[in-house]
Ligand binder design. Structure first.
Ligand code: ZN
Length: 372
């Protein structure tokens, strides 16, 4: 009897351990084993939560040639319909099964803490978990800070591939790619790290040969489909993708292309999500994170085009989470503010790792995103 009583808990323990291994459960009871992290540069919370803005769907203020056509695409009478027309995946699957932070009109603030409200400081804050006064320009200088990905890569407990794809050619600097030791493919650089398929060959050709509207980044589809090729071939545990057009078209004052870029970003997130759910390596154990690097100014006086230190409103962002460990609380309202410097620790915590224990200046995880 005595020995049986002792054996029973051991048998239960072995069973639970086997079950956890079978279902790919990570440490601390987390189901998340893989992360898909998509950022789209400078997409305002205003469009994410309210859809197309009427005052900018306009010839003068938004350089819209065919106002009727743009309204047909994105204008709807209610806020709910409008935002669903602009970002259908976010406002169906993510809002139903995940969480979305940052609707200021519903008492949910999300903001960057770096005080500069532009790209390199925002990517550094997001990926490293803290603002750094030394990161004060968008110049090509190697990040002195390690990102949470570099930290994970060095951990014994984290085994697996990490890869980052960025439209913007600054990402090899932001990640300090050589030091970090994982693939960072960005800007117009061809992807040569995996076998050349006809599809990848064509993508590399398009990268090299299509006219360049911006010297520092190609159009988003080229970056996105390149990342997709890598995902299918290498099945990384962490796939990072940063899209750039939402920022570029806003700076150009082109509201139609800005909205189209936001719409495409949402659709790329959908394709990524549906693709990973169709792959046994990822199904049921992958968490998606979706956010911008900064916000933008208000529509008045064309401030929506810009962002930065002089536009305090451009510190406000939005952050979305979808995955097996995150309660389906949908669009968050009337809650404490969350900050960009919490994303890195939240990402690590989803994988069962305590990032702020090693990097005390990093923001703490957003607790509501984690299982209780
Ligand atoms: Zn910008």
């Amino acid at each position: 009897m005595k020995s049986a009583a002792h054996q029973f808990p051991i048998a239960v323990f072995i069973f639970l351990a086997a079950a956890a291994a079978l279902f790919g459960q990570g440490p601390a009871g987390r189901k998340t084993r893989n992360i898909i992290f998509v950022m789209t540069d400078g997409l305002r919370w205003e469009e994410v939560f309210n859809g197309a803005e009427a005052s900018l769907t306009d010839k003068q203020k938004g350089k819209v040639d065919d106002v009727a056509a743009l309204k047909k695409a994105y204008w709807r009478d209610t806020t709910e319909e409008r935002r669903a027309a602009l970002m259908p995946f976010l406002w169906s699957v993510v809002s139903k099964n995940g969480q979305i932070y940052g609707n200021r009109e519903k008492g949910s603030d999300a903001y960057v803490t770096n005080g500069l409200n532009f790209s390199y400081p925002g990517y550094n804050e997001t990926l490293c978990g803290f603002a750094d006064a030394r990161i004060n320009s968008n110049n090509k200088f190697l990040n002195p800070n390690g990102t949470v990905f570099e930290w994970l890569k060095q951990k014994q407990s984290f085994q697996g591939d990490i890869a980052a794809f960025g439209a913007w050619d600054l990402f090899p600097y932001i990640f300090n790619a050589e030091r970090a030791g994982f693939l960072v493919n960005a800007g117009y650089a061809p992807l040569t790290a995996i076998p050349q398929t006809p599809r990848l060959e064509l993508l590399n050709r398009l990268k090299a040969e299509t006219p360049r509207v911006w010297d520092d980044e190609p159009f988003d589809p080229i970056t996105f489909y390149t990342a997709m090729e890598y995902l299918k071939e290498k099945k990384p545990r962490i796939l990072y993708l940063s899209l750039g057009e939402t920022d570029d078209w806003a700076h150009a004052g082109n509201y139609k292309e800005y909205l189209n870029a936001a719409h495409r970003a949402d659709d790329y997130v959908r394709v990524l999500w549906e693709t990973v759910q169709s792959m046994p390596e990822y199904r049921g154990n992958t968490t998606l994170i979706f956010s911008p690097d900064h916000g933008r100014g208000k529509a008045e006086h064309n401030k929506w085009r810009d962002h930065g230190e002089k536009l305090p409103d451009s510190k406000y962002i939005w952050i979305a989470f979808l995955g097996p460990d995150t309660a389906a609380l949908g669009e968050r309202s009337h809650i404490a503010a969350v900050t960009q410097n919490q994303i890195a620790a939240t990402l690590a915590a989803l994988l069962g790792e305590d990032y702020p224990a090693d990097v005390p200046k990093a923001g703490k995880p957003i607790v509501d995103v984690l299982p209780h």
